[in-house]
Design a protein around this ligand. Structure first.
Ligand SMILES: N[C@@H](CCC(=O)N[C@@H](CS)C(=O)NCC(=O)O)C(=O)O
Length: 229
């Protein structure tokens, strides 16, 4: 039996701990959660994660949800996922960066990618999408400055913050966000895609996707209401 089971769905933020586990070279099982079948709201899944979301990591039999918690947990257990810290202040800097992804970027990403989850009607969705794109711009500018010159989130050394931003970028590109203004973010995504661990994680996702397609349960996000320049 593997020590880790990751509940995930293709294209979701479960990609982040999946990359972290691959980078840490851990043996783990991925269990696909069939959103289209409502599996995330089934009693069996809600017993594990009452929030009905992915990712959920079951580590040594204990379920843990929330990317921030999962990445801190994995970072504590395995070297190379998060920078080593000397004191509480340095650790809080990492928490700050994780929360920036989970609590600032992620909600904006969802409004860009899935405006229809939040408001009804084409006009309202278009307006929400446009506002979310505007909210994303200054945040992406911060990241762009940070990644310039071929840097990782923490400079010379890769960390799972890079996996987190890689997912954010994947989600907004192709969803009407003007990605062309942020070349360092695009370059970061290219460098990420060259990492063997990332390729293994993406191959696992592709396998999940094939499985869902064979069951007629693949999820296709709707086209964005508009492309913004
Ligand atoms: N705060 C959570 C957010 C998790 C989350 O929103 N997951 C999405 C996929 S990216 C999900 O499971 N959505 C299903 C739903 O909301 O019904 C985290 O960072 O782990």
């Amino acid at each position: 039996m593997t020590a880790f089971v990751l509940y995930a769905a293709p294209g979701t933020c479960a990609r982040v701990p999946m990359i972290a586990l691959e980078e840490a070279e851990q043996d783990f099982e991925v269990r696909v959660v069939r959103f289209m079948k409502g599996e995330h709201r089934s009693p069996a899944y809600l017993a594990l994660n009452p929030k009905g979301k992915v990712p959920l990591l079951v580590a040594d039999g204990e379920p843990l949800s929330e990317n921030v918690a999962i990445l801190l947990y994995l970072g504590d257990r395995f070297p190379g996922l998060l920078p080593r810290t000397q004191n509480e202040r340095e650790r809080l800097r990492i928490v700050e960066d994780l929360c920036f992804h989970s609590a600032t970027l992620h909600p904006i990403v969802t409004r860009i990618r899935m405006s229809g989850f939040f408001v009804d009607g084409a006009e309202a969705q278009k307006s929400l999408h446009a506002k979310a794109v505007e909210a994303m711009r200054p945040n992406t500018a911060l990241v762009e400055a940070r990644l310039k010159g071929g840097r990782w989130w923490y400079g010379e050394t890769w960390s799972c913050l890079d996996a987190y931003f890689f997912w954010v970028w994947f989600r907004v590109t192709g969803a009407g966000f003007p990605a062309q203004h942020y070349p360092a973010c695009a370059d970061h995504a290219r460098r990420m895609a060259q990492r063997p661990a990332v390729q293994r994680a993406l191959a696992r996702e592709a396998e999940m996707e094939r499985q869902l397609e064979s069951e007629g349960l693949a999820f296709r996000p709707p086209d964005p209401p508009a492309k913004v320049e």
